[in-house]
Design a protein around this ligand. Structure first.
Ligand code: FES
Length: 858
């Protein structure tokens, strides 16, 4: 028997388990989050005898008689102060890291009531936050300390909730105090646990699967294989390329180390591994295709029947060869960028359970409940409306939760066993299984005239799309469509290939292919500026598009574009820095290129309140807050009157995936359209009571042109956001500061916008300088601790300037454009430019070598 004091109460346990499991599972203290279970992320931070400690690192035998405080154990006053400080400063996004950070803050403030910024940063250096960039978290800690120290009262919030005004995120308090519910925080009565047995080899023929010994384990409820899948054994985010096996059948060949061969279902989470070890699988090991070159080599085995090329793009406008031949200056360079991991803080988790006679209720945390519904229904061979999906809070996604990872397995087990089943990935499985940012090999040629006016560009891009299609085709397409940059030249020739390998699949990741090609084109432009004898700022300003110009894809630049304004906003910082690099770039809002892209919303009046109902997922960016602010703006009503509902296929209409920075614009416009109808009724003098039970439907569908078209000025996307970033280095090459100007159209919530930009820049800085996803021969060697994620002490100050065109209202969603993806794109090229300015050496690979952060390989 083990005994300890938790939040002031003596608790006992019969078994020697991890403190984290005891807190979460036995005591239901789910404010302590499981982020990595390896002591690396800090999400499970608690106080043990007053010391900040990671609950996943302590077994109960070491805690006899000790006092443990979790976020739930803080006093009410402490809770009120932290909730206020974190909400007020905009420090909360997905929220998964925040309760652990609150504990680290309390540990600091207990010892040092008047901490400095440096103290705060040091206190949380063991807490990774993948969303915020830390600046606002540090601000929140200092504000909380000040309130405690000076015994200040907590101000009441007063906000109209309208667009552009400060308004606290609606989910900030629950996320700060650990009361918000993520899927793994849920326990359902009679719930079983399931886990996939993964292949031993990235490429191997499965010769046999013997589950007989596993079934004898007393905890084992079932071991499912591909033969138990009642519908289609293939899933895939894009319906027309569903090439991803739910499980690999006997006789089939595995494609990567994340492939499942069996699904073990147990009464207890603890015995899952034991049971998995009893499943005997015979393989014939085959040589994996570990690189693009190997996959394209003559005679290479085919990973999929149709061949090893998933997709091919060739965008041609004008005559690039002719223009390059006539250009005064031309540069050609090869660039190589690696696979990169999302490292969202919440590992994937889903719970499925029987609902009604023949249905499934699925608790999920993905990026689109309707995609999950479609894929699960297809796998089970049932109608879509038999699958009821509800989203819980999502602890970060960044694109990495667009594909099925756990939802299908939980649903399959619940369907077969008619019992509730939870599937939770360990952090190691998460690293192994979900799609990554594409590694790319790129050859870029760019030309300009003697004054630095860009003339033409050519590029050939190969992306490593890994084992399955995921979103590899659209990512390649977006890499190609943005490869020329936001500049006014029209002669381009961009060819791209997405190549299957036996590496983990690559798919959506913030930036969607554009981080890679932006790095290449922007670096080429720096070389051209040097040849011409002008500064990197000047060459960009000279070529930057403005209203009335055409982008390289032919799309006319709209009147709400402010690229040149972003460049002007950072000019001073660039001019006055000793060593600085600059990048400006653009990113589409919405899927575009002629594909269906619809935002939908129902605004209903229920119990005297206005409900905004849309399936648009909040993956940390604050969609519920956006929904409320758009509704407040349209209805001219206070935010207390409005409730934004969580995504639920029975309540909220399909507003598509949270991807392509589309939700603020697409769902925002759908909300506006629905709310306008309610506003009309109110303006006609009808009281809200009279409208009880009424629903108002809004929909916005963008009309865009297909990628291949014969129009002079096609509309490729509904809109574009623009940004310019300056990266400033000190003499040792350490990043001293970023100055970033962003044109995201109408700003919905200034603090959220700044927080997203700061988080995006820090993510971009990691991509450029420190992050590595270690692999060897297609085996994943990366660990959470070795990913190279930046902590709070490694992040420089970031000055954010929000810029708008004179006229921002283009008729849609009040001119909102979204910023989620854009915020990660210009950082790596700005840093590359800064190092180029520092020593004249171009660094064409990521993470960049020979910097303050990575020494050159010998
Ligand atoms: Fe910190 Fe999302 S808010 S990880």
């Amino acid at each position: 028997m083990y005994s300890l004091v938790v939040n002031g109460k003596t608790e006992t346990c019969e078994t020697n388990k991890k403190l984290m499991d005891f807190l979460r599972e036995d005591l239901g203290l789910t404010g302590t989050k499981d982020g990595c279970n390896q002591g690396s992320c800090g999400a499970c931070s608690v106080l043990i005898n007053g010391r900040v400690s990671k609950a996943c690192l302590f077994f109960l035998e070491k805690l006899e008689g000790k006092e443990v405080v979790t976020v739930e154990g803080l006093s009410q006053h402490q809770k009120d102060v932290y909730a206020y400080a974190f909400a007020q400063t905009g420090a909360v996004q997905c929220g998964y890291c925040i309760p652990g950070i609150v504990i680290s803050a309390q540990g600091l403030i207990n010892k040092k009531p008047d901490p400095s910024e440096e103290d705060a940063r040091k206190a949380i250096r063991g807490n990774i936050c993948r969303c915020t960039g830390y600046a606002k978290i540090v601000e929140a800690i200092l504000l909380a300390a000040k309130i405690f120290r000076e015994e200040l009262s907590i101000p009441e919030e007063e906000s109209t909730g309208k667009l552009g005004v400060d308004f606290k995120r609606v989910d900030a308090v629950e996320k700060t105090l650990g009361t918000g519910i993520y899927v793994d925080d849920v326990t359902v009565e009679g719930m079983l646990h399931a886990s996939a047995l993964r292949t031993e080899y990235p490429r191997a023929k499965v010769l046999s699967i013997d589950v007989s010994e596993a079934l004898k384990h007393p905890d084992c409820e079932a071991v499912l294989t591909a033969d138990d899948v009642p519908g289609n054994n293939k899933i895939g985010h894009l319906e027309f390329i569903s090439d991803w096996d739910v499980m690999i059948r006997v006789g089939d060949i595995t494609r990567y180390v994340g492939d499942s061969v069996a699904l073990v279902v147990s009464k207890n989470k603890e015995s899952l591994n034991e049971i998995k070890e009893l499943v005997k699988v015979e393989y014939e090991e085959l040589t994996p295709l570990t690189t693009i070159e190997e996959a394209l080599a003559e005679g290479a085995p085919l990973i999929h029947e149709k061949g090893n090329i998933l997709s091919h793009e060739h965008l041609v406008r004008g005559n690039a060869d002719e223009k390059l031949a006539a250009s005064k200056y031309v540069v050609t360079q090869h660039y190589s960028v690696p696979i990169n991991e999302h490292a969202f803080m919440e590992p994937e988790c889903a719970i499925a359970m029987p609902e009604g006679e023949d249905g499934i209720l699925l608790y999920s945390a993905g990026q689109s409940i309707y995609d999950e519904q479609r894929e699960v229904a297809r796998m089970l061979g049932v109608e879509k409306d038999q699958i009821h999906v509800q989203s819980k809070l999502v602890g970060g996604g960044f694109g990495g939760k667009e594909d099925m990872s756990v939802q299908h397995h939980a649903s399959l087990a619940a369907w077969c066993l008619k019992k509730p089943v939870k599937v939770l990935l360990t952090r190691q499985e998460s690293l192994m299984v979900h799609p990554k940012r594409h590694g790319m090999e790129m050859d870029f040629t760019t030309g300009c005239d003697e004054e630095g006016n860009l003339t033409a560009m050519k590029a050939v891009i190969y992306s490593d799309t890994g084992a399955y299609a995921s979103l590899g085709g659209p990512v390649l397409q977006r890499a190609c469509t943005h490869a020329a940059g936001p500049y006014k030249y029209q002669d381009i020739d961009v060819e791209g290939f997405a190549v299957y390998t036996n590496n983990p699949p690559a798919g959506a990741f913030r930036g969607f292919g554009v981080c890679q090609t932006a790095f290449a084109i922007e670096s080429n432009i720096n070389m051209l500026a040097k040849k011409v004898g002008i500064t990197p700022w000047e060459i960009r300003y000279k070529n930057a598009v403005e209203h009335g110009d055409s982008l390289p894809n032919g799309q006319l630049v709209s009147k709400n574009a402010a690229l040149k304004e972003t460049l002007l906003a950072v000019k001073d910082a660039y001019d006055h820095a000793e060593v600085a690099g600059i990048s400006c770039f653009f990113k589409n809002s919405g899927i575009g290129v002629g594909l269906p892209d619809v935002g939908r919303c129902i605004v209903s009046v229920e119990n005297g309140k206005i409900h905004v109902r849309t399936s648009a997922a909040c993956i940390g960016q604050g969609m519920a807050t956006v929904a409320i602010q758009v509704a407040c703006e349209t209805l001219n009503l206070p935010p207390e009157m409005i409730i934004a509902e969580a995504p639920d296929t029975r309540r909220t209409p399909n507003s598509g995936t949270t991807t392509a920075s589309r939700q603020s614009l697409f769902t925002g416009e759908a909300i506006r359209r629905a709310a306008v109808q309610l506003r009309y009724e109110l303006d006609m003098g009808r009281a809200l009571n009279d409208l009880e039970g009424q629903e108002f439907y809004g929909e916005y569908s963008a009309v865009t042109d297909p990628l291949i078209n014969d129009k002079t000025n096609p509309v490729s996307h509904a809109g574009y956001g623009y940004a310019a970033e300056v990266a400033i280095l000190d003499e040792k090459g350490k990043v001293e500061k970023f100055v970033a100007a962003y044109d995201m159209g109408q700003v919905v919530n200034p603090k959220s916008a700044e927080g997203q930009i700061e988080g995006g820049i820090v993510m971009g800085m990691g991509y450029a300088l420190t992050e590595k996803f270690a692999m060897d021969q297609s085996y994943v060697k990366a660990k959470y601790a070795t990913l190279g994620l930046l902590n709070a002490t490694q992040v420089p100050p970031i000055e954010t300037i929000l810029v708008q065109a004179k006229e921002i209202h283009d008729g849609l969603a009040y001119g909102i454009k979204g910023v989620g993806e854009l915020a990660t794109i210009p950082t790596a090229p700005a840093l590359a430019g800064a190092y180029y300015a520092l020593d004249g050496k171009l660094r064409p690979t990521l993470p960049m070598e020979d910097t303050f952060y990575q020494k050159k390989k010998k």
